[in-house]
Design a protein around this ligand. Sequence first.
Ligand code: PA5
Length: 478
Amino acid sequence: MSVVRPKPPEDPLHYDPAAVFAAGGISAADVAALGPRLDAARAESLADLDRWRDGGARPGEALDPAFIDLPDRLLAAYHADRAQSELFAILTTARRLREAVDRVVVLGIGGSYMGTRALFEACCHPFHNELPRGERGGRPRLSFEGFNIDNDSAQGLLDLLGGPGRGDDLLHRWAVLVVSKSGGTLETAVATRLFLRALLDAVGGDRRRLAELVVPITGKTGRLADLAKAIGCPDVFDIPDGVGGRFSVFTAVGLLPAATVGIDVVRLLEGAAAMNRRFREAPAAENPVLRFVGVSHLAEERMGASIRVLSSWSNRLEAVGLWYDQLLSESLGKAGKGATPLTTVTTRDLHSRGQQHQEGRRDKLITNLIVGEPRRDRLTLPALGSIAADEDRLDDLVGKSWPDMLAAAAAGTNEAYAQDKRPTADIILPRIDEHTVGQLLQMLLLATVVEGRLVGTNPYGQPGVEAYKQLMMRRLRP
Ligand code: PA5
């Protein structure tokens, strides 16, 4: 047997806006003319990183650009001195959790859980949690809470986890990852108390075992950091300064749960680092980040496309879309400006939103997320055999594969949009794996901050979210 492992593919993703230009309204020449401004926005985004390192934030300015070179720094440290690196610490804790429990509950909200969900849904088996442990490769199930204050869903998860007397075998053991950069977000904090109490019961009141099964991921200081100390958690991970919540998917926030469920986080980071290289080095005309920003911006300005539909042609990328909805909304929805993002899954949503996208208001830019090849063997349409004759009139399609039918749906949808001059761009992923998902997430992160600099909106911070928090707390603590 060969000891040489095949090198997994590292194909680049592509951005293709040709059908936007064909729809009229903006042209390739318009995007080219925007090139100098896009270059300047890229330079400003990268200069933010230097400014942040030099402590040059202006008074009161939110500045969190340290996500930009984070994948490169994590990989460099891992290759230079593996045992001392952050990534090694993450992988070590992931292995410890994997061996200790059969379910990990992630408590977090907004940027503190949406990236993890995106990674989980994109990279794991679509029914990971339903598979028996053996078929999960011995990796735990992953559940989410603390992203709402929903009585019945919290109770539902507690039902699954079971109480004392449930048995202490591996298949009944569970652990908690609590994620909060500020350490004070109410939704996550109240869920933390609830699940700490349940976990203490589950381990028969053993405080030492409780501490081992709780892994906080938080800022250096704050209430969660204090709670972690009080509990005596042996592993606590830091969300580094300069990385804001919605930009934190490549910190322990996303990497620890991802590694725990078996996602190859090194390849994920390599994909993100590959996108960084293209972002820094490619001229505007060939740069996927700058072209995506340029086309989206001009479509908004000149065509009134204030709604950006990210249309995923795979169920597995829906949570990436929801993560991006949050990223774009919280970053650029400020001062009466900012496009409205909307995630759809096609063909599913052609049966719910398709009518409006085809014939409704002309206020949308549709960006398809297209996947080149499936990860699994191709399904093909079978003959009915002895079940019936050709009553469903599908015999002429026997042998057609699922990817063939999806490709026909994508081409047909794009053609229908083109006939009505509905602007449609494509982001083409060669396949869905850690490397392409790493590229995609980093592309969308970079695009968001570049667009902020292009239009004069600070992409960092989310001052508007404070209003509901204050008014909620005034009611809870009159
Ligand atoms: O992007 C952000 O900063 C927010 O979405 C936060 O992630 C979210 O509000 C949760 O905050 P915290 O991690 O402090 O609990």
